[in-house]
Write a protein of this length. Structure first.
Lengths: 202, 202
C-alpha cells in the first residue's frame, strides 16, 4: 500500500487497530475523524491519554486502578469496610460498580488460576488476602468470580485458603439473567436456577 | 454511576466513545486494554496522537493531509504530474491509493455541493482548480466523486467550470462491483452496467 499521508498517521492507525473492537478499517475511520476534529477531539484525547498514562497505577491496597495514593473506593470513608468483594480484574470491579448496589470494598486478584496458562496462586494477589482480612476486620468475603471453570477453581482455592480465618464466605447467586430466555440458556444455568428456586408469596 | 477509577479515566472513556465504531461499552473495553498495556500501547498511542496533532496540516497544493511542507504525494517526483484526480475528501483519496493503480496527483475538494446543507462552490476547493491545472500543465482531470446525488451534482458543476480549460475530463466507470450480485444491486447500477457493456474477445 502507498503511504498517502505520512508514516506518523500510518503508525497512529496501526496503534489504534490494536484496540479491541477496532480493525484496520475502523481504525482508519477513527483516525480520519480525529484528524477532522483536531481541536475538539484529537488534542483532548492526546492530553487525556498522556495524563492517565502518567498518573494511573494499581491501588496498593486492593489492586484497582488509582490516580491518587489509594483508589477512589479505598479512599472513600463511606464505603463499608466490613465487606470485601473478590474479583478477577478491574473490568469486573467496574461492572459491579455500575450495578450500584455493593457498598463495600474490593480485592482484585489480577487473574484466575489456570494450569493451562501456567497461572498459579503466587501469580495472583492471594497471599496478601488473609492479612488484609485480619487487619481491616472484614466480616464477609464475597467471591465474585466469573462462572467459568477457572473462576470456580479459583473460588474453591480461595475458600480453602480462607476457611480458618473466621470470615463469612459467599458467592454470587446463579440463575436466569434478567431478560434471559430459557430456550437460549445453557443446561447448567437452568439446573442452577431450579436448584436455587425461591418460594413466592401466597 | 459510581466513579471507581477516577475522573481522568472517565474522561478518557468519554473521548474514546466519540470515535466512530466505538460506543460507551467498547470505549470502556478499549481503555481497559490501554491500561493493561501501558508501556506497549498506551504510551506509544499518546505520543503518536500528540505528534500527529502537532504536525499534520492540510497540504497547501492538494488539500491532502501532510506532515511535511507538502503532502507525500505532492512531494513525490515519481508521481505523474499530468493527471489530476478530484476527490471529495481524504478518505476517498486513501481508498484510491489503496487500490494502488493511480499514479497521478490529487485535488481534495473538502466536501460536495449541497443545497440542503448550505454548501456552495465557495465552501469547496474549486476556485483554485483552473489556476492549478494551468500552472501544472495538467492534461487530464478524473472526477472521482461518489456516486451520490451531491457527488454527481458537484461533478457536473466542475465539468462546467473546466469546460473551457482544454483539459481532458473523465469520471470513474459505473458497473457491477467485483463480487457484486445482480440480485442485490440497485436498478441504476444495473442500467449503467448494461449501457457501458464491454465487447468480449472472440
Amino acid at each position: 500500500m502507498a503511504d498517502p499521508a505520512g508514516h506518523e498517521i500510518d503508525r497512529l492507525i496501526e496503534l489504534m487497530s490494536r484496540l479491541p473492537g477496532l480493525g484496520p478499517r475502523s481504525a482508519r475511520r477513527a483516525v480520519l475523524t480525529l484528524l477532522r476534529r483536531r481541536q475538539t477531539l484529537m488534542d483532548p484525547l492526546a492530553r487525556a491519554l498522556a495524563e492517565v498514562a502518567a498518573r494511573v497505577h494499581d491501588c496498593p491496597v486492593c489492586g484497582n486502578l488509582a490516580t491518587g495514593e489509594l483508589c477512589d473506593i479505598c479512599a472513600d470513608p463511606r464505603r463499608d469496610g466490613s465487606t470485601l468483594c473478590v474479583v478477577e480484574g478491574v473490568a469486573d470491579l467496574w461492572a459491579l460498580e455500575r450495578a450500584g448496589v455493593f457498598r463495600g470494598r474490593y480485592h482484585v486478584l489480577g487473574g484466575v488460576l489456570s494450569a493451562l496458562d501456567g497461572v498459579g496462586p503466587e501469580d495472583l494477589a492471594i497471599a496478601a488476602l488473609p492479612a488484609r482480612i485480619a487487619r481491616e476486620g472484614i466480616a464477609e468475603v464475597i467471591l465474585a468470580l466469573n462462572a467459568t471453570v477457572e473462576g470456580q477453581t479459583t473460588a474453591h482455592y480461595l475458600a480453602d485458603v480462607l476457611s480458618g480465618s473466621g470470615v463469612r464466605l459467599s458467592a454470587l447467586a446463579r440463575g436466569v439473567p434478567i431478560g434471559g430466555e430459557l430456550d437460549h440458556l445453557d443446561d447448567g444455568t437452568i439446573a442452577a436456577a431450579l436448584g436455587a428456586r425461591r418460594p413466592l408469596g401466597g
